[in-house]
Design a protein around this ligand. Structure first.
Ligand SMILES: NC(=O)c1ccc[n+]([C@@H]2O[C@H](COP(=O)([O-])OP(=O)(O)OC[C@H]3O[C@@H](n4cnc5c(N)ncnc54)[C@H](OP(=O)(O)O)[C@@H]3O)[C@@H](O)[C@H]2O)c1
Length: 268
C-alpha cells in the first residue's frame, strides 16, 4: 500500500520511536493523526512534520474505553500504527496490580481494541494496514521482562493470527519488532547499556521499517543488528537454551541494569 495521501493514526507519537515513525510516514506523504497523552508535545510534532493536514488527538490509553473513543474520534484511518508502550521492566514483585493492568492495557489491550474498531471500515474500502510495534522481547524473554514480554508475545500472537483473517479482505497486518534502540526511546532514556555484543539500532531504522511494512505488506520487520536478531530467533525456537544462557550471573546483572534504568525514568 502506498502512503501518499493516506490517513495514518499513530499512537505513542510523543516517544522516541513515535517521533521517528511520524517523520518517516509524513516524509512518504501520509496525513497523520498523532496520539499520546502529552498534548503540547503532540502539537509541536505536528507543526514540525513535512506535508499538511496533520492533527492531534490526545488520549490516555490506560483509561477504560480510551482506545474505542480514540478510534471513533479519528474518523477515516487507512493505516494504524499502534506504537504506544510502557517498559514494564523489573521483577513482578516490583509492580502493583494497577501497574500490571496498565502495562497490559497500553501495550496489548489498546492495540487490539484499536484494530477491532478500525478494520471494518478498511475492509469496506477494500484496503488498509495495521502495524503493531512489538519488540524482540516478543520473541524471546529474558530476566526482569515478564510483564513486558507477556504484552509483546501477546501482541505478536494477535498480529500473526489477525493477518490471515484480514489479508483476503484487502487489509494488511504487520509487526515491527525492534531490539535495543539508541539515541531516543525508552531504552535510551533508561541510560542502560545493552548486554555486551548485542549492538543497537537507530530510531530512524524503526521509522523506515514501518514504511517498509506498509508498502510491502511485510509480516514482520525486525530492527536490530544481525547478532541480536539471531539470538532472539534462537530464543523463539528453543526457549530452554535462551533460559540457560540468560539465567547466569552475567545475564541477570545486565537485565537488572536495564530494569533499574527504566525504573529511574518513572515509566512503569
Ligand atoms: N526504545 C526501544 O529500545 C524499543 C525496543 C523495542 C520495542 N520498543 C517499543 O516501541 C514502542 C515505542 O517505544 P519508545 O521507545 O518510543 O518509548 P517512549 O519514548 O517511552 O514512548 C512511549 C510512548 O507511549 C506513550 N504512552 C505511554 N503511556 C501511555 C498511555 N497511558 N496512553 C497513551 N500513550 C501512552 C507515550 O506518550 P505520553 O507519555 O505522551 O502519553 C510515548 O509517546 C513501544 O511499544 C515499545 O515497547 C521500543
Amino acid at each position: 500500500m502506498e502512503l501518499a495521501g493516506r490517513k495514518a493514526l499513530l499512537t505513542g507519537a510523543t516517544g522516541g520511536l513515535g517521533r521517528a515513525i511520524a517523520l518517516a510516514l509524513a516524509g512518504h506523504g501520509a496525513e497523520l493523526t498523532l496520539s499520546a497523552r502529552q498534548a503540547e508535545a503532540l502539537e509541536a510534532l505536528a507543526a514540525e512534520l513535512p506535508g499538511s493536514g496533520h492533527r492531534v488527538l490526545p488520549a490516555d490509553l490506560a483509561e477504560p474505553d480510551a482506545a474505542e473513543h480514540l478510534a471513533a474520534e479519528a474518523g477515516q484511518v487507512d493505516v494504524l500504527v499502534a506504537n504506544a508502550g510502557l517498559p514494564g521492566a523489573g521483577l513482578l514483585t516490583d509492580f502493583s496490580a494497577e501497574e500490571v493492568k496498565r502495562a497490559l492495557r497500553v501495550n496489548l489491550e489498546a492495540p487490539m481494541l484499536l484494530a477491532q474498531a478500525l478494520f471494518p471500515a478498511m475492509v469496506e474500502r477494500g484496503e488498509g494496514h495495521l502495524v503493531f510495534v512489538a519488540s524482540l522481547s516478543g520473541k524471546s524473554a529474558s530476566p526482569r521482562t515478564s510483564i513486558y514480554s507477556a504484552t509483546k508475545f501477546g501482541l505478536r500472537g494477535f498480529a500473526l493470527g489477525l493477518r490471515p483473517d484480514l489479508g483476503p479482505q484487502g487489509v494488511g497486518v504487520s509487526l515491527v519488532s525492534p531490539g535495543f534502540v539508541r539515541g531516543a526511546g525508552m531504552f535510551a532514556d533508561s541510560g542502560a547499556k545493552p548486554p555486551p555484543g548485542m549492538g543497537t539500532a537507530r530510531p530512524e531504522q524503526v521509522g523506515a521499517a514501518v514504511v517498509k511494512a506498509v508498502k510491502s505488506n511485510r509480516l514482520e520487520v525486525a530492527v536490530a543488528p544481525l547478532h541480536q536478531r539471531v539470538m532472539a530467533h534462537a530464543g523463539l525456537v528453543s526457549p530452554s537454551v535462551a533460559d540457560r544462557a540468560q539465567s547466569g550471573s552475567a545475564g541477570q546483572k545486565a537485565a537488572k541494569a536495564v530494569a533499574d534504568g527504566h525504573a529511574k525514568t518513572g515509566k512503569r
